[in-house]
Design a protein around this ligand. Structure first.
Ligand SMILES: [Zn+2]
Ligand SMILES: [Zn+2]
Length: 345
């Protein structure tokens, strides 16, 4: 019976419906007018869409168990340890850095916009470094390993990635003066949208969102981010607003004539938990062990994936530039050839 109770608690926890059940049970719906009440209602959204997505895959007769298996195992693993470390890191950064806040930010709508833009910048920094520093790539690559896109990919993260991301994002926001309560509200919006942008093509085939896609980072942009096609590699690092990708020239819309190939560039067994979770650590350790001298060993940790002490690099930015040079003349940054993609959105 105890096993059944644990299972029930886990299912309720996955769907984040504790708060909702509590509200319905008490019959007191006043809390729905508060921010925490709204969070309580919205939290189950992503888990429920995951289930709808799976049902749709069944309906389309293209459900592939392997696609969901690895994110599911990773979810279970992270559920146990990742969350606790993340909360600890956030609390530590707030406690340590709050006295050094540079601006006196108050809880008004215009400061909220400021707070969100700062958060998005901090997210860009974390995410960019996760792709450009090999050690951080080891933490982030589990998220890029799946070779299909669906909402379960939201849950596929190495357990230390959350704490690493929260350390950078919380530190930057607190130093920029964002008050903790505003930070938590932003984190909730970011987390919900960050889950939704992984929606699969079964659920939403065209996810460009028309005109909105000019400002908002859409599922289409994030599909591009998860692609290993040369043009798409290491682009679209933002989460909700795509401003910083435009500022730092990493913005790349989906092209109608380039079908997205999901996954990472090394050969990987995407159906193997250990390869997905620890594979990059294994190859990094191998490169460090083989590198001559302490300096080269250290450089492997901090240089981008594809860097080699022999000078024979295979960097994503070079592969992308090469592709763009050989396809020069085509408008790769704006509309796809043969028409305006927004017309079909
Ligand atoms: Zn990424
Ligand atoms: Zn993602």
């Amino acid at each position: 019976m105890e096993i059944l109770e644990t299972l029930r608690d886990e299912i309720v926890g996955f769907f984040s419906i504790n708060g909702l059940v509590e509200i319905i049970r008490s019959g007191d719906y006043h809390s729905l007018r508060t921010w925490s009440g709204i969070q309580t209602v919205l939290s189950p959204l992503i888990p429920f869409i995951v289930i709808i997505e799976i049902l749709l895959a069944f309906a389309h007769k293209n459900f592939n168990r392997a696609e969901y298996k690895i994110p599911f195992f990773i979810y279970i693993f992270n559920r146990i340890i990742g969350k606790f470390i993340s909360f600890g890191v956030i609390a530590f950064c707030i406690g340590l850095l709050s006295p050094y806040a540079l601006l006196p930010v108050s809880l008004t709508w215009y400061w909220f916009i400021y707070g969100y833009i700062v958060w998005e910048f901090a997210h860009f920094i974390y995410h960019f470094l996760a792709h450009k520093v090999r050690l951080f790539w080891c933490l982030h690559s589990s998220h890029h390993a799946p070779e299909q896109m669906n909402l379960s990919v939201t849950y596929a993260h190495f357990f230390l990635e959350g704490p690493y991301a929260d350390f950078i994002r919380t530190s930057i926001c607190i130093l920029a003066g964002v008050p903790p309560v505003m930070l938590f509200a932003i984190m909730f919006i970011d987390g919900t949208w960050g889950g939704f942008i992984h929606v699969g093509e079964n659920f939403m085939k065209n996810a460009r969102f028309g005109f909105l896609g000019k400002f908002i980072l859409t599922p289409s942009h994030h599909r591009v981010h998860h692609a290993r096609n040369p043009l798409y590699m290491d682009t679209n690092f933002c989460n909700l607003l795509n401003i910083w990708d435009r500022v730092f020239k990493t913005y790349q819309p989906e092209q109608n004539d380039i079908t997205i190939q999901y996954g990472i560039t090394r050969s990987i067994n995407a159906g193997n938990f250990f390869d997905v979770y620890f594979g990059e650590f294994y190859y990094l350790a191998k490169d460090v062990a083989r590198a001559p001298g302490i300096k080269n060993k250290f450089l492997y940790l901090i240089m981008p994936p594809g860097w080699s002490h022999t000078g024979n690099h295979m960097l994503a930015k070079d592969i992308r530039r090469q592709y763009m040079n050989t396809h020069a003349g085509k408008s790769l940054m704006d509309s796809p050839p043969g028409g305006d993609q927004r017309k079909s959105a």
